[in-house]
Design a protein around this ligand. Structure first.
Ligand SMILES: [Zn+2]
Length: 190
């Protein structure tokens, strides 16, 4: 069991763009195991991207457990090189999002309603799922954004984004509690 510390904003490492995995081998499977261990150790986290533990291989994991709104998507779920191949932006949904890397901040984020994602599973086999009309669709977009160095407040309008970071800064200053292992950078400028 390897629980890794989770990087928290404004750590500049969260802004890095991860690279595609060339081959799903044992080291990638070990990363997946570590990510599930890390996710479960948080207590309330439901998904994690590799960049959140400072690894730049494109992997995301989900374990929504009993909260899974879409039983057709089997949990736990690991995706290597996930790629959104279709985004139905005719309809949008608003979901209250939080992030293990932006602890204690919750904001309503509007995202397309339906996504189709292609990825490799733990065996390296190509898979595709379509999820729509529930918060898992937002969750998938949130995680894939991490691999491109994008944190969820950046999906808000400019004004809301400023408000979000201000609120987050205040929470950090107040010493709002974090119940899992984190790694903080020296920089505290948002
Ligand atoms: Zn996140």
């Amino acid at each position: 069991m390897a629980v890794k510390p989770i990087l928290i904003a404004p750590d500049p490492r969260l802004k890095r763009v991860a690279s595609a995995v060339e081959k799903v081998d044992d080291s990638v499977r070990q990363l997946i195991t570590d990510m599930f261990d890390t996710l479960r150790a948080t207590g309330n986290g439901v998904a994690l991207a590799s960049t959140q533990i400072g690894d730049l291989r494109r992997v995301v994991v989900f374990d929504l457990g009993e909260h899974n709104p879409d039983p057709s998507v089997k949990m736990p779920l690991a995706m290597v090189n996930p790629e959104i191949t279709a985004l139905d932006d005719a309809e949008w949904q608003v979901v209250e999002e939080g992030c293990l890397s932006v602890p204690n901040l919750y904001m309503s984020v509007e995202r397309p309603f339906k996504v189709t994602v292609q990825y490799l599973d733990e065996q390296g086999d190509k898979q595709e799922i379509t999820v729509g009309g529930n918060w898992l669709a937002s969750c998938i977009q949130h995680e894939i954004n991490h691999l491109d160095g994008i944190l969820f407040p950046e999906k808000l309008s400019r004004v809301q984004q400023m408000r979000a970071w201000k609120k987050y800064q205040k929470l950090r200053k107040q010493g709002a509690q974090i119940n899992y292992k984190v790694e903080e950078s020296d920089s505290h400028i948002l």
